[in-house]
Design a protein around this ligand. Structure first.
Ligand code: NI
Ligand code: MN
Length: 236
């Protein structure tokens, strides 16, 4: 039934700086980790123009949730995150679907599975954010992994054992607070994915990277690291 495949229906990833991406898949817009208004590199992004159907939060740090409540209110999006994070947004009058690591749920756009991430999670108001999570999301067309903030972890090897083959993975590459690009090369091997979109780099002094060296590190093992311009959209 190939003739039914409309190219515009292929998975689209738009980068909004730091770890904030919007992925269009299964007919819905999924916004991850919105941190825009406080990101000096993302000044060109008009937050009020974002209209996601779902907002997915990997953990509670400000550089992942700063604009979540505002965008949740303006868009009416439903949140997907760990139980503790969803309790936090519900406390602000927003709606969400609580999950926890290892669990999966079939949404109307596809299946979401929460996977292990090694990091910490405290919300800006001091509330405990529950465990940090990564997301593997798939439907009949697409399968991708959004790792959130995480170290390289052996548990990443479980992903190809329990999820469909990944077309693309969004991995942190900025080092200091998460794995750096050298470890992300190993992560890409663990998850058996050849196409990686880098996140969590350049925003602050601690995570500035040599982009050419990072691309080379992936290229040397036959993989591709895509570092998007802020506002850029790619189709996978
Ligand atoms: Ni963090
Ligand atoms: Mn972070």
């Amino acid at each position: 039934m190939d003739y039914l495949c409309d190219k515009s229906e292929r998975m689209q990833i738009t980068y909004y700086g730091h770890s904030c991406v919007e992925v269009k898949t299964g007919g819905k817009k999924l916004l991850f980790d919105p941190f825009i208004t406080q990101n000096p590199l993302a000044k060109s992004v008009d937050v009020s123009s974002l209209n996601p159907d779902f907002i997915l939060l990997s953990h509670g740090h400000g550089d992942h949730v700063q604009d979540a409540i505002q965008i949740g209110q303006s868009s009416g999006a439903s949140f997907i995150s760990c139980f503790e994070m969803v309790s936090w947004v519900e406390g602000k009058g927003l709606k969400g679907h609580p999950m926890n690591i290892g669990g999966k749920w079939n949404f109307d756009f596809g299946t979401v599975k929460l996977v292990q991430a090694v990091h910490s999670s405290k919300l800006p108001d001091g509330q405990y954010g529950g465990p940090e999570a990564g997301f593997v999301i798939w439907n009949e067309e697409d399968c991708f992994y959004f790792a959130g903030d995480t170290a390289l972890t052996m548990d990443m090897q479980l992903i190809p054992m329990i999820c469909p083959p990944l077309q693309v993975a969004l991995l942190p590459v900025g080092d200091n607070f998460t794995m750096g690009y050298e470890d992300a090369v190993v992560a890409a091997d663990f998850i058996q994915c050849d196409t990686v979109v880098g996140i969590h780099y350049d925003t602050f002094g601690y995570i500035k990277i040599d982009k050419e060296a990072a691309r080379q590190a992936f290229e040397s093992v036959g993989k591709e690291l895509i570092l998007l311009e802020i506002g850029q959209t790619i189709t996978i």
